[in-house]
Design a protein around this ligand. Structure first.
Ligand code: FAD
Length: 416
């Protein structure tokens, strides 16, 4: 079924009886050409582009739970391409361009809202670093504007300018950044993939991998063995666990990251604002809730829930940046499992097992990468070569010392 304004009006006038399920619920077949493990944003996008752009068929997405139950439905919805390093910037800008055409591409309203992302700076050194980043972005053809204090005040007069311990000195603004309704992205890709014949198999956990003579033969699941010529793993926070079935130990740690939503308020936040003197980022959803977050909890965990010290830390960051937030009541908080890599950048690569491919290490920032990650992973699975924007995301960069350390933190996954 094609969605359109006409269809919405027709269904509204006829009791909404004509809507059909957005994707099928098929039984797993005994063998596929491609199995994608993980029905998050990245896995679904991979299957979608494999079918649509690379004309592949006999594809299944195997999901342990339900579509949208992982990080793709738990993140704070921020998209941006304000990266500094060469290995990263072209990839994230490719993703931004895909976001810009996504809703037309898969005929689904994902509420792509390019309201701008503003990173604040609070010291002269920070401003210098932002100038450098902004220039780097511009050299890559990406939009970036450096704002002074008055420019920030004009855009966000409610910030704490006068009594702040860390005064706002300016900010780096990316007008094309913004937010996207996160779970609609999962639903849109799922629907688009299903329409192209992809089997989306939910409630089916991969519990093992069958590898014979160095080649993948398929996956063991809670619904039996499913054979495959090629297997691509995109399970985000569960990366280490799933890849251990292939005998691999990854340069990735899993950490919890929490998200927070306030009660609905009148429109106040113009786009996305990030605090530079602590870790706090905030936007406002179309329903009015302030959507915000901060640091990961800082210890290894596979639990999709966090703890109070970080709740306190995030709320302190919010209070110091915009004291009025203290009057808002918190409605919901939750956690997701982050796949934190050693240099803060992702991996999209083949493994030592023939026919087994890996996509992960997305840290805090994998939602904005979803379209490009899916496209590049599909490219690798289909053509056996990396996409031109993802050539740096290799396993062997850790061996060769070619780290892509955007934050300059060193091998500290909890700090990226
Ligand atoms: C609180 C929070 C805020 C965030 N904010 C942002 C943000 O503002 N901007 C941004 O760019 N990024 C953000 N992120 C990061 C982003 O959400 C993730 O990097 C990204 O969603 C990960 O990729 P995914 O969508 O494929 O993951 P997921 O949705 O987690 O998909 C992985 C899937 O694999 C499945 N799986 C796991 N094990 C198995 C198995 N054995 N068998 C079968 N299936 C399995 C899981 O059930 C899950 O559905 C945030 C994350 C969190 C938690």
């Amino acid at each position: 079924m094609r969605y359109s304004g006409f269809r919405v009006i027709k269904e509204a006038l006829t009791g909404h009886k004509g809507w059909t399920p957005a994707w099928r619920d098929p039984e797993p077949q005994s063998h596929y050409d491609f199995i994608i493990v993980g029905g998050g944003g990245h896995g679904l996008a991979t299957a979608y582009y494999l079918a649509k752009e690379f004309q592949k068929s006999r594809i299944a997405v195997i999901e342990k739970g339900y579509i949208g139950g992982g990080n793709v439905g738990r993140n704070t919805t921020i998209i941006r391409s304000n990266y500094l390093l060469d290995g990263n910037e072209p990839f994230y800008e490719f993703s931004m361009k895909l976001w810009e055409g996504l809703e037309q591409d898969f005929n689904y309203n994902a509420m792509v809202s390019q309201r701008g992302v503003l990173n604040l700076c609070h010291t002269d050194a920070q401003r210098d670093a932002m100038t450098r980043r902004g220039n780097g972005m511009r050299l890559n053809g990406v939009d970036a504007e450096l704002l002074d204090r008055d420019g920030v005040r004009k855009m966000a007069p409610f910030l704490n300018f006068d009594n702040a311990r860390f005064p706002i000195k300016g900010g780096l603004f990316q007008p094309r950044g913004g937010t996207v309704r996160h779970d609609a992205v999962a639903w849109g890709y799922a629907r688009g993939a299903d329409q192209r014949g992809v089997d989306i198999i939910q409630n089916c956990e991969v519990t093992g991998m069958r590898i014979e003579n160095g080649r993948i033969k398929g996956v063991e699941t809670t619904r039996g063995f499913i054979g495959a010529a090629k297997v691509g793993v995109a399970v985000a926070g569960s990366s280490s666990r799933v890849m251990s079935h292939a005998g691999m130990r990854l340069p990735i740690e899993s950490h919890v990251l929490q998200a927070f939503v306030s009660e609905g308020l009148k429109p106040i936040i113009p786009g996305v604002i990030t605090y530079g003197a602590g870790h706090f980022y905030v936007s406002q959803s179309d329903k009015g809730g302030l959507v915000f977050g901060g640091d990961i909890d800082g210890y290894n965990s596979y639990a999709q829930r966090g703890n109070l010290p970080v709740v306190e830390d995030v709320c302190e960051g919010g209070m110091s940046l915009m004291p009025m937030i203290g009057r808002a009541r918190l409605l919901r908080i939750w956690g997701g499992i982050m796949d934190m890599s050693m240099d803060g950048s992702p991996i999209i690569d083949k493994t030592h097992v023939d026919g087994l491919y890996f996509n992960g290490g997305w840290c805090y920032g994998g939602f904005k990468a979803t379209p490009a990650s899916g496209w590049c992973f599909a490219h690798l699975l289909a053509n056996e070569t990396p996409h031109s924007t993802a050539t740096a995301y290799r396993f062997d960069r850790f061996q060769k010392g070619l780290m892509i350390d955007e934050k300059g933190m060193g091998a500290q996954p909890n700090l990226h």
